[in-house]
Design a protein around this ligand. Structure first.
Ligand SMILES: *[C@@H]1O[C@H](CO)[C@@H](O)[C@H](O)[C@H]1NC(C)=O
Ligand SMILES: *[C@@H]1O[C@H](CO)[C@@H](O)[C@H](O)[C@H]1NC(C)=O
Ligand SMILES: *[C@@H]1O[C@H](CO)[C@@H](O)[C@H](O)[C@H]1NC(C)=O
Ligand SMILES: *[C@@H]1O[C@H](CO)[C@@H](O)[C@H](O)[C@H]1NC(C)=O
Length: 446
């Protein structure tokens, strides 16, 4: 009898303990009233007193920078984020439920704050929210998600390719104001940066400098404003652009300078310079593909390449001028020489004929009588001599005066231009160097 009583007592205890301490999730769901569709928990902010604001702790990690589009001013990145807030109705004592300290339920069963990113320009399919959310005994609810985020970022490309971009990702609520929803972050800036740096897989041409978090708490007169801003500072790795753009342009400029030492004579200099000009224009096309057409803060590299293009263009013009002067010189030389000859010849011929006729006509009247053929021949010989001498003297005179002048002019032009050009190039390069480096240093310290 006593044994039976003990048995019954034990059974009773068993029933009692199985009722109070349920080790399945079902019991906990029952306790939390989540088995039947509890609409209230899905549709309203889970607070007992509506004046209590819901504090949402938000953490974001940057997994990768996939693409930076300078033309459309967008950055495509890969982010991971989690939100944690308090649900006042879903608390339990874990020792009552076999120590269950975590419960996952479908996302659709609970209210979730409508936090969105202001700068988001992604297409709709890029968010991947976890289908489940996690509850813990104290009433905290945890929702996680990953997103391929394309966000707008106003870029300053003045220092391209040595630029550092400051982009912000602003979390805000579409419907709640500062009185009902608050945003905060749990991790500090330095932890956030170091974690992101460690986990980042794809860097591309960018290096993450820092991530800073700014929390705009609503002020007395600006209650509607709730914002959590992640300021991301990324630095471009400039080496590729230095190798692909800046150094080739510099080489072209040096080649153009060197081309002044090419012999003028055969027009090779001009064609060489034109080839350099064409090569630079190809590089300009590449550059145009990369940079947006903005009028404010024109990138230094644009000034750099256009100035080099202009310099080479001017030097081509100068080469054309010099070659024209040379041509003119040749032309004048030939023309004057031939014209001198003919003129002299005609003159002499005329003189000769005149004399001849005169001799023929009034042979007897001459003070010195020319009576024989040998005398005539002698005179003719003298005439030839005089003709040659006159011709020589005349042509020498012309040569000295006319054709040499253009050639010298061309040479002087070339020398003066070369000196000026070299000076301009040196000053320009120093100016570019200062402009770029000063700003780089300022940017680094900033
Ligand atoms: C679950 O619902 C019952 C009845 O509607 C209520 O008495 C109980 O307090 C609810 N439990 C919780 C945890 O809200
Ligand atoms: C709700 O909260 C407000 C402000 O905290 C308080 O004044 C009020 O008494 C609370 N109401 C209830 C029913 O607890
Ligand atoms: C949970 O329940 C145990 C035993 O029933 C109790 O000792 C403990 O204080 C409770 N914890 C909380 C947080 O209520
Ligand atoms: C509230 O904040 C917004 C955004 O920062 C600002 O534009 C606005 O001027 C502020 N209003 C007041 C009254 O301070």
């Amino acid at each position: 009898m006593s044994a039976l009583r003990t048995l019954a007592f034990l059974a009773l205890i068993g029933i009692a303990s199985s009722q109070t301490s349920d080790c399945s999730y079902g019991g906990l769901l029952n306790y939390l009233n989540l088995t039947s569709t509890n609409n209230v928990l899905e549709i309203t902010r889970p607070v007992k007193n509506w004046t209590t604001p819901t504090l949402v702790h938000l953490d974001m990690l940057l997994y990768g920078i996939l693409e930076v589009d300078e033309k459309s001013q967008t950055v495509t990145s890969h982010i991971w984020f989690q939100m944690r807030w308090q649900n006042e109705f879903l608390t339990w004592n874990s020792s009552d439920f076999c120590g269950i300290d975590m419960l996952t339920i479908p996302r659709s069963r609970l209210w979730i704050p409508d936090v969105t990113i202001q700068e988001d320009a992604s297409d709709s399919g890029s968010i991947q929210n976890s289908p489940l959310i996690t509850l813990i005994p104290s009433g905290s609810v945890l929702a996680k998600g990953i997103q391929r985020l394309t966000f707008t970022c106003q870029m300053n490309l003045f220092l391209f390719p040595f630029d550092i971009q400051h982009c912000s990702i602003t979390f805000t609520s579409m419907n709640y104001n500062g009185e009902t929803l608050k945003l905060a972050t749990t991790t500090s800036d330095t932890t956030l940066t170091s974690i992101s740096e460690r986990i980042m897989i794809t860097h591309g041409e960018w290096q993450l400098k820092t991530i800073e978090v700014f929390n705009y708490t609503p002020t007395q007169d600006n209650k509607s404003e709730i914002k959590l801003v992640y300021m991301i500072k990324i630095m471009r790795k400039p080496m590729l652009y230095v190798i692909n753009l800046i150094i080739p342009l510099l080489y072209f400029l040096v080649l153009d300078l060197a081309s002044f030492f090419i012999n003028e004579a055969r027009g090779e200099k001009l064609s060489f310079k034109v080839t350099i000009l064409l090569s630079i224009s190809v590089l300009l096309l590449i550059l145009q593909d990369m940079l947006p057409s903005t009028e404010v803060n024109l990138p230094i590299i644009a000034t750099y390449s256009v100035t080099i293009f202009t310099l080479v263009g001017i030097s081509v013009l100068e080469a054309i001028l010099v070659s024209f002067l040379m041509e003119l010189d040749d032309y004048c030389g030939k023309k004057t020489q031939s014209s001198v000859k003919t003129q002299v010849e005609i003159q002499l011929e005329a003189d000769y004929h005149q004399e001849h006729v005169e001799v023929e006509e009034k042979g007897q009247v001459n003070p010195v009588p020319l009576n024989s053929q040998s005398d005539h021949n002698l005179l003719r010989l003298i005439l030839e001599e005089v003709k040659a001498a006159r011709q020589e003297a005349g042509s020498q005179d012309k040569d000295k005066r006319k054709p040499g002048r253009y050639k010298r002019l061309a040479e002087i032009t070339d020398s003066v231009f070369f000196v000026l050009y070299l000076l301009t190039v040196i000053i320009f390069l120093i100016y570019m160097y200062i402009l770029w480096c000063e700003n780089c240093i300022a940017n680094d310290n900033h």
